[in-house]
Design a protein around this ligand. Sequence first.
Ligand code: AMP
Length: 935
Amino acid sequence: MQDGAMQAWIESSHLAGGNIGYIEDLFELYLDDPSAVGDEWREFFDGMPTSGVDIKHSEVREQFREMAKNKLKLSGSANAGNSEMSEKQVKVLQLINAYRFRGHQHANLDPLGLWKQEQVADLALEHHSLSKDDYATEFNVGSLAIGKDTAKLGDIHAALEKIYCGSIGAEYMHIVSTEEKRWIQQRLESQLGQPKFDADMQKRLLQELTAADGLEKYLGSKFPGAKRFSLEGGDSLVPLIKALIHRGGENGAKEVVIGMAHRGRLNVLINVLGKHPQELFNEFAGLGIKSEKSGDVKYHMGFSSDFATKGGNVHLALAFNPSHLEIVNPVVMGSVRARMERRGCQDGSQALPITIHGDAAIAGQGVVQETFNLSRTRAFGVGGSIRIVVNNQVGFTTSKQEDARSTQYCTDIAKMVQAPIFHVNADDPEAVLFVSQLAVDYRNAFKRDVVIDLVCYRRHGHNEADEPNATQPLMYQKIKKHPVPRELYAKRLLEAKVIDDKFAKQLVADYRDALDKGDCVVEEWQPMKAHSVDWSPFVDNDWDVDYDSRMTVEELEDLALKVSHVPEGFKLNSRVAKVYEERVKMANGERKLDWGMAEMLAYASLVKHGHGVRMVGQDSGRGTFFHRHAVLHNQKDAKTYMPLQHIADNQAKIEIYDSVLSEEAVMAFEYGYATAEPNTLPIWEAQFGDFANGAQVVIDQFLSSGEQKWGRLCGLTLLLPHGYEGQGPEHSSARLERFLQLSADHNWSVCTPTTPAQVYNMIRRQQIRPVRRPLIVMTPKSLLRHADAVSSLEELADGVFYNVIGEIDEQDAKKVERVVFCGGKVYYDLLKQRREQELNNIAIIRIEQLYPFPHQEMADVLKQYQHVKDFVWCQEEPQNQGAWYCSQHHFREAIPEGAKLSYAGRAASASPAVGYASVHKEQQEKLVNDALTIK
Ligand code: AMP
């Protein structure tokens, strides 16, 4: 540090003199870890002339010794020159900081009073060498936002207790941004942690608590013993969500998407979304429900409505969800992203995601971490979300800390994205209202996630038929005696003379009467208008619906040039340049098209004609196997360029993102996007097909069955690299068998395309055909560059995806003695050997769509082979995997009567593939030989 600079700093400093040792300690702490010291200190040290320069601690000590020698005076309100007082001033600032950091650990959060709170040493006056004897002394309050610069220690202490140890426990000091911390401090401290609400607002709160309580009591008495996953104990959730919607709507939100598990869901449906109670009662009674679909239990069902706020109507969508807790979160984020984009909103201000978590689940389920990790990325950002934890302190029968988690709070995972966390006692509805407004404002101001931990209890067992005393005896003895939130708040308002006893009783009676009538009980409810997309063109269509996907060759040629165009001066990597040179040749008709080019043309032709495309996968821009190169990287300045974004002036949007390294959350996000946006083709691509395993819950619970359970259409396409290339057990199989096993009710299509024209027409069909159901594709690896896997522009232009492709070589069908069925890459191995060995008595038929099985096309192709008795299904996968077990009934149905069907493929195996390349090769030769050897 320069002498002059140091001197200037010392002179400008209000801290020096007798407390120099203390400052020295602080400064050492700061040098080790800037966040370890309070904000004032960090700012102060940051402002020192050496800030950022690595100086030895001994030098620092020396400098402080210098300062001590100078005996510079402490300015400010503390008695200048009095070193004891100067030190006290410092201690007061430290006390304030201690409350900001750790006050939440002494906050009154648990309505049952059962939490054993650790005594935090830093929150004791004595820890800071202060005592009540100092209460009357006036100190500088630093940045404490209580509306004055100085205050008596007694007042400061009382304010800190109110702000940080009342019904709200605020955790925000882990946030790095000083601006954000200051913003939160301003809001919390200026209101002493809890603002005053006017009488109307207080009455509304009581009314909402009455509704939350009233519904559960009503259901409990009308349908005793029926599972309803009651909200009781967490009743404040209803005013909390309503407050979020009101605040969101007042600040520009047009749509709110809510995700929640079963606890309290019926209450939210009736008391927030405005579902008619009579409909719910009918569901309980099993009346009037007719559906061809398989349906779902009532506490998994979604709902849509509009909700009036001062800022206009807001559309509400409660997402359908399975019993897998937490998986709905990325689905909600994807749905919000689609809605934002449709509204042309970049920052999330028009669409608000609210997710509701259980305390055990938010700590226990990995998808929570994955979803937080999505929150600030290019592909998945939604401008922040509001995360509510209904923290009833028990997960089914598992008690909180000892067994359910390894962290103090269930919300600690949120710190990974520096989300502020507001723990709030659910028995204090005004504090709940305050944090809900604070949360929305924070999210809108900083576009980041924010967490509200609603600390409550669960009045009954996991469901109403359960016996919670068996596992949580003490807690339930306490709960039995604990008044319900409505009662507590009514008492508080009575004591404050805001209401009289009659008013409270009348609210209860009015709500019961409304339920008796069965009509909507939400005042803000509005008939649905505000949602922004029309699904009717896709509803009730099956695969055979008409569509026209033809293109002219001229138009395709033009598009081919456009997708191969690289701007002047854009320097490509030499290998990529080669790919693009070949593409230009393909566009000029000098060579046939390969897979990558066909795919590019599929996307280009869609966006040119108004269909959006969104592709997400771990390496989708380039393609795991170096085949796509949809996103180009300039070797000079690393800038990127996407030819597909330069197809036509008024083209639709195309986005191709390399995703975070997650399957579960990302696929769920894409499901959410796809179920909210029918006009964009959403594609999720696996790095290797078997990585989709990590998203099995999304495949099982949403993709395969969402339409059947919930009537929600979804056009998501999964591209899953699959094929036996000798790469070992992990990268060979996309587990085709699992998708086929889940295939029923025409729930999706499963394809194994073998040519560029097929992949092109398959992608276009998926979007142009007015059907929105998932498409599962086994995509190739080595085939991407196979000399025979090429197509002409004419083949692309005809606009047809062939579910079955018959024999392509000239053969006399009458002489055919064996027909081999196959799909995917093995076709080329079979073809090669059949040609080499001139086995013209064997025909090879490719089944390019395994589900829905193309019975009619098969019948057409097999017409000429009715004399054949010998049919073989050939696959690369082991016998217990691939299509053999799940699809052979279809093959058998297709072959002529009396013909036999046999299997050529790898023997059954626990593992998908062998690890040794030589064994792989042997197996591959054998299965091809088996398929082509007539015994
Ligand atoms: P939402 O915007 O999600 O609340 O949806 C509003 C309405 O659009 C719903 O009530 C449905 O009628 C319809 N809808 C939304 N999403 C889908 C979907 N994925 N499939 C079919 N219909 C949908």
